[in-house]
Design a protein around this ligand. Sequence first.
Ligand SMILES: [Zn+2]
Length: 84
Amino acid sequence: MNQNSNQIGCAAFQAQLPELIGSGENLAAHPHLQVCELCRALLKDLETIAEAARQLFPIVEPPDELWEQIESAIRNESGSQQAD
Ligand SMILES: [Zn+2]
């Protein structure tokens, strides 16, 4: 075995991953990723998923106009029921 005691294992690295991503650190520079192809592939998958999620669920605040349109649409709806 050629184990380096300075090197953390995959499980330890992956346990730190959410924290590392959250900290905005440059993950590509992480020593574990320099030696571990498995975790490099995992991170790439995560980035692909995160990017896809951003495109599928963009964070958009509904503008006030939208609520006004909904309100007037409801009013028109109930008004048209009385019109005969
Ligand atoms: Zn690893």
